[in-house]
Design a protein around this ligand. Sequence first.
Ligand code: HEC
Length: 189
Amino acid sequence: MRSFRWLVLVSVIALAAGCRSQQQQQTAAPEGPVLFGPIRDVMHMIIEPSAQVIFDSVAVSVTAAGTLEREPRTEEEWDTVLHAAMTLAEATNLVAMPGRRVSRPEDESTSAVESELPPIQIQAKIDANRALWLKHVKQLQEVAMKAYEAASQKSVQGLWDVGEPIDQACESCHLEFWYPNEKRPGPPQ
Ligand code: HEC
């Protein structure tokens, strides 16, 4: 009888401990966002394709047959541009998130061409000057929001107007962080 009581007691304690450790596990689980893709992939798979939709939405081609103006005409075509502008505007928040690395660890010393810094060096530049990184991020977000506004107002002129500023926002950040060696010297002072 005595040993039976012991057994019950031990099981109750074990059960309680089990519950507690489960609870602890739950509170210890990460509650913040899970950063899945590195900045490199966000650039290649989210930012670039959505910017491309905006760039390509308006164009003028002159052929022997005449001038062809491309612009969104149907509801669906406008919707495609609108979605791309929203994706671009929100994707800038992805690259602003603290803790998202430039590349996966195994790719840290890879760069496609010599003039591009390897991710490990880009990372060091970002860590050393996060304020500058965020300034470039904001510059892109602001023009992406203008593209969204243009698409929601179905303004073809608005789409023409944001093309160049978007391109500049990409290029100025790339020149600072990705291929700084290509920075052209400014005009003589
Ligand atoms: C806030 C800075 C910043 C802005 C703004 C930015 N980029 Fe990038 N981008 C980077 C950095 C840093 C890399 C280098 C990552 C790497 O090592 O591949 C990069 C890399 C890329 C790559 C190469 C990805 C790969 O597979 O290697 C593409 C494509 C790209 N960016 C497109 C764009 C376009 C298009 C825009 C504008 C719509 C843009 N980026 C805006 C910082 C920026």
